[in-house]
Design a protein around this ligand. Structure first.
Ligand code: NAI
Length: 267
């Protein structure tokens, strides 16, 4: 059953929406007739992304808003929320998705840690604080989707700042889901989107062809939408990197069961 927040004319705001998974989500939402705002620091890619959205819109006229934002700055998100409210009347879906993954090391440099945490973790916190109160006040069904990572759960070696940032996103999303559930009558649910290996600008590292086993951003978003409609809180995308088969209802990793995939929807 389609989720009520994913309905024609509803409004989706997607950070990191000019590329990869964010753009794929914006494309799917536009294709079902939603009004979409893509917010990204890559101002040069926003116009091209908006043209892509126009090409999939029903009737060819997408109601697309583009915004040049840096999610590490709370004021950018607060201004974005006000601008979306002015143009579209409010937000039904917030996808806190912007992310970066430069190399990091526990011994430094500190600047890499500060930037990765500022974008990947503070970006999610900023987006939530700027949008969630208004979404709740609106009193409509809504979705807050935060893009985490398997690396925030399994902590593979190689990029500790990224691992820490995504572990923080997981904890923040779980906390938010508890908080939303405790608001009487609130129809907004939070979801932790955990992509597998997705072939995007972030992971291409000079490759021009999708490596075997990686998913496309579009496959990832289709899976995400299906799992949200099934009521999952954790949207756990499988891929070849996963060491053993996944139980769809639970988070099963090499370390064993971590946490139940609680049904997320209160509708
Ligand atoms: P991407 O590089 O194609 O897209 C990320 C977008 O975020 C870019 O358009 C970039 O300009 C934007 N961005 C970066 N810093 C920003 C900032 N400060 N403010 C606003 N926008 C900013 O990469 P992809 O793969 O689509 O990544 C999306 C999310 O998925 C990220 O959070 C990433 O960590 C996560 N992810 C991706 C995986 C993959 O295999 N591609 C695996 C696990 C998680």
């Amino acid at each position: 059953m389609p989720h009520p927040a994913m309905s024609p004319n509803n409004v989706a705001v997607i950070t990191g929406g000019a590329s990869g998974i964010g753009l794929a989500a914006a494309t799917r939402f536009t294709a079902i007739g939603m009004r979409v705002c893509i917010a990204d620091i890559g101002a040069d890619r926003l116009a091209e992304a908006a043209a892509q959205l126009a090409s999939v819109a029903k009737g060819g006229a997408a109601d697309v808003m583009t915004a040049s934002v840096d999610v590490s700055r709370f004021d950018d998100l607060a201004n974005l929320e006000a601008a979306v409210q002015k143009r579209f009347g409010g937000t039904d879906i917030l996808m806190n998705n912007a992310g970066i993954g430069p190399d990091s090391n526990s011994f430094g440099p500190l600047e890499n840690w500060q930037r990765i945490l500022a974008v990947n973790l503070w970006g999610v916190i900023h987006g939530t604080q700027a949008f969630a109160p208004h979404m709740v006040e609106r009193g409509r069904p809504g979705l807050i989707i935060n893009t985490g990572s398997k690396q925030g759960i399994t902590t593979p070696p190689g990029n500790p700042a990224y691992n820490v940032s995504k572990a923080g996103v997981k904890a923040q999303t779980e906390a938010l889901q508890h908080e939303l559930r405790n608001i009487p009558g609130c129809g907004i649910t939070a979801h932790l989107m955990i992509p597998g290996h997705v072939f995007t600008a972030l992971t291409a590292r000079g490759r021009t062809e999708k490596p075997p086993g990686a998913w496309t951003a579009e496959q990832t978003v289709d899976f995400m939408i299906a799992r949200i409609e099934a009521g999952d809180f954790y949207i756990l995308c499988p891929d070849n990197d996963v060491p053993r088969p996944l139980d769809e209802r639970r988070m099963l990793w090499a370390a064993g069961d971590i946490v139940e995939n609680r049904p997320a929807l209160s509708r």
